[in-house]
Every structure is written in structure tokens, then in C-alpha cells.
Design a binder for this molecule. Structure first.
Ligand SMILES: [Zn+2]
Length: 409
């Protein structure tokens, strides 16, 4: 199957030499080709360049992209897309002035999602999650990471991870799974956090490893949730079970979790709304990707990750949606890119790099997706006729994507 995209007004994020990620000043460089062609063979990018070099060959399909742009599809490296029900009730409670603590005391929060999920069958959970996955594919996401963490029992965590596995096997989008058993301490272990950590390590991890249900391990390292010591314990146990570390860290307080992540070779450290100078310093020159989640800051009205300070200090940055029922009930990466520009003062170039190649790296998919490179999967966005790529964040809230291609289809 050969598809030729021709007369592309501008082909965005072209990388002739493969790269892992971009950082610092390089984040502001977004290579493009104006008036370009792109050839896709059997789902893979096989050639691209200027229209004047467009080969005359027979193809199965020709897409005339006059006036339109082609980009690699969005890479969303942090989501909780598999969940049961929703928390719309808590949303209204917050509007009516109830605090997070009051809502939690009335049975809200992560434990609310956990209760619903435990009561939902695997089939029903799959059906609900499938709808959300189709939605985010439609809005331009071509690679996604999905976490467990609303189960909080052996059975319910495995149920979540099996649903993620089924989505992976059913849909053409790239999916990576993360075990986030350490998302919150369940009520049963309220006064026995150590006991719960032991359950994660001794009972859940070996099963996950045996069934190959996850690639990554994650923990919510935060005051009132899990300490730096707990984090190191879980990350090390994850590594022993073949899982690569990631962390939810520095969302409300900075307690040293970023350093613990770097020390244990975390692929990414996510949230980072609160960043001390020492947290920025410890990330410099490492292979750990910082990940910002602007939709969460928007929804909760909490500070945004200080992207300017971090990029100006030479760090890389990835952008993800944090799609979840409590703090970001949206997986729309167009909104994420726009919010990064509007609220975090990232340039369109920086935001697009952060939501493509850097997001791919944060999922270990930088060799598969995230740029227009020969050999990569043809997971692409074809825009409507628009003036430039800066128009995508500028015209926030208005869908600018005409068609999404996964593996060229
Ligand atoms: Zn999260």
C-alpha cells in the first residue's frame, strides 16, 4: 500500500537525522519543508522532500494537501484514560465552593474513582475506555501512555492493566502501559502504608511482570501521599520486575522526588508545577525527561510548570494531557499545546517539539513516532487549510485537524 501526500503547504517536524529529544534553545527550532511531498509505504514513512523532487511513481492513493500542513501526530506520554464513571459531581461541588479536603471527606477524590472502578466489570471498563480512546485519536493523538492506579487492589489493578492491553491489541495507536499502584493509599491500609507498599511489591509486580502487562512503574511522590523513601523503594522494585521508572512529582510540594527519579534512571518526571533551582540543576544533562501537564493546572487553577525557566536553563520539556476524571477530564492535545503557549509562554515551536518528539521519548517511542523521519510510523495529522503551524495554538479550542492517519491509514 503506497500513499503519496503531495503539494503539502508545509511539512512540519522533519528530522533527516534521527534524534532522541530536543532541549534548551534547540526546542525553539522546528525544521519544516514548504511545498513538500511525503510518501508512505505499508504504514511507514519511506520518503519526503520538496515537491520539485517528488518522484513519479505509481501509488495506490494520492492525497492533495494544497493549503494544508502535515505534522507527526501528538505523543501523549501521561494519561489515566482507563477509568470508570466520572467525577462531574465533584466538579460542581468545587464550583460551589467546597474544598478538595471537604470533597475527599465526602468520599471524593482518587478513592472515589477506585471504588467505582472496583465495582465495574472488565468488559464495561473496556467499553467506557474505548470511547475515550477513539475521541483522542480523532483529536490527533497517535501515541499514548495509560496508567493503572484507580484499582488499588490486586484484582482491580490487574483489571485496569488488562483493559489497557486489550486497547493496545485492538487499536492501531501506539500504547504504553504504566503500573501506578502507588497512586493513593487505599482505605483498608489507611494506617498501614508499609503493608500496602509490600502488597504492590510482593503480590502485584510479579504478576504484572509475568503477564507482561506494563512497561513502566510510577508513584505519586507528594506530601501526604508517598515519601521520597517510598518512591525509591517502589522504583527499585519496579526495575527488578523489568519496569522503567516514571514519577508524579513536585505537583504541590518539592520534597526531593526529582532527585530520586534521576538517581533511579526515571525516563520521565511528571507534573513539576513547583520547581526549585536544585530540581532544575539535578535534571541537567540527564536522560530523564521533564513532563508538564497544563490541562491539569488549568482545571484545578494551580500554578503551571515553569517551562520558560526550565527551557532557558537548557532542559528539555515534554507536554502531556494527564487525561483523568479528577484533575484533567480532557485528553485533547491541541488544547495542551495551546495552553502551553498561552499560559506557559512556550513558543509554538517549543510546544510542538514538546508534544511530538519529546513526548515520544518520554514513552520510549522516539524511534517509532514523533517526527517526520524515514522508517518511522506514518502517524500523521493533516490540517485544514490554515496559514501556519502557529495557527494551531493561536486558534485555541477550534479544531484545525482535517484527518488523522495511523500507520498511513
Ligand atoms: Zn497523572
Amino acid at each position: 500500500m503506497k500513499t503519496l501526500f503531495k503539494n503539502i503547504k508545509e511539512l512540519i517536524q522533519v528530522r533527516t537525522e534521527p534524534i532522541s529529544f530536543v532541549s534548551g534553545k534547540q526546542m525553539n527550532v522546528l525544521p519544516t519543508i514548504k511545498n513538500a511531498f511525503l510518501l508512505v509505504e505499508n504504514g511507514v514513512i519511506s520518503n519526503f522532500g520538496s515537491m520539485q523532487d517528488c518522484p513519479t511513481i505509481t501509488t495506490d492513493k494520492i492525497v492533495d494537501a494544497s493549503g494544508k500542513l502535515v505534522l507527526p501526530s501528538w505523543c501523549d506520554s501521561h494519561t489515566h484514560l482507563v477509568y470508570a464513571g466520572n467525577r462531574e459531581g465533584e466538579f460542581v461541588d468545587r464550583i460551589n465552593g467546597f474544598t478538595y479536603e471537604e470533597i475527599a471527606a465526602r468520599g471524593g477524590g482518587i478513592l472515589n474513582s477506585a471504588k467505582k472502578l472496583q465495582e465495574t466489570s472488565e468488559e464495561e471498563l473496556y467499553q467506557q475506555s474505548k470511547v475515550r480512546l477513539k475521541d483522542i485519536i480523532h483529536s490527533g493523538t497517535g501515541a499514548i501512555e495509560i496508567k493503572s492506579g484507580y484499582g488499588l487492589t490486586v484484582e482491580a489493578e490487574l483489571k485496569m492493566l488488562r483493559v489497557i492491553k486489550r486497547l493496545k491489541e485492538t487499536f492501531p495507536i501506539e500504547i504504553k502501559a504504566t503500573f501506578l499502584g502507588a497512586h493513593a493509599v487505599p482505605l483498608k491500609f489507611k494506617n498501614n502504608k508499609k503493608g500496602y507498599l509490600q502488597l504492590l511489591i510482593n503480590d502485584m509486580m510479579p504478576k504484572i511482570s509475568e503477564e507482561k502487562l506494563a512497561e513502566f512503574v510510577d508513584i505519586f511522590c507528594e506530601t501526604g501521599y508517598f515519601t521520597v523513601e517510598d518512591t525509591e523503594l517502589i522504583l527499585r522494585a519496579g526495575i527488578k520486575n523489568g519496569l522503567t521508572p516514571k514519577i508524579h512529582v513536585n505537583q504541590f510540594t518539592a520534597i526531593g522526588g526529582v532527585k530520586a527519579g534521576v538517581k533511579n534512571g526515571a525516563l520521565s518526571v511528571d507534573h513539576l508545577e513547583v520547581m526549585r533551582n536544585e530540581d532544575i540543576e539535578v535534571l541537567k544533562g540527564t536522560s530523564t525527561m521533564p513532563v508538564a501537564l497544563p490541562s491539569c493546572s488549568y482545571f484545578l487553577s494551580i500554578p503551571y510548570t515553569p517551562a520558560r525557566k526550565m527551557i532557558d536553563a537548557g532542559l528539555p520539556l515534554a507536554l502531556a494531557s494527564d487525561y483523568n476524571p479528577g484533575s484533567s477530564p480532557s485528553g485533547n492535545m491541541n488544547f495542551v499545546v495551546a495552553t502551553a503557549c498561552i499560559k506557559m509562554k512556550m513558543t509554538p515551536e517549543e510546544a510542538i517539539n514538546a508534544a511530538t518528539i519529546n513526548g515520544a521519548y518520554a514513552m520510549g517511542l522516539e524511534k517509532e513516532v514523533g517526527s517526520i523521519t524515514v522508517g518511522k510510523k506514518a502517524n500523521l495529522l493533516l490540517t485544514k487549510p490554515i496559514p501556519s503551524y502557529g495557527f494551531i495554538p493561536y486558534a485555541f479550542g477550534n479544531p484545525q485537524i482535517e484527518k488523522v492517519y495511523l500507520k498511513g491509514l
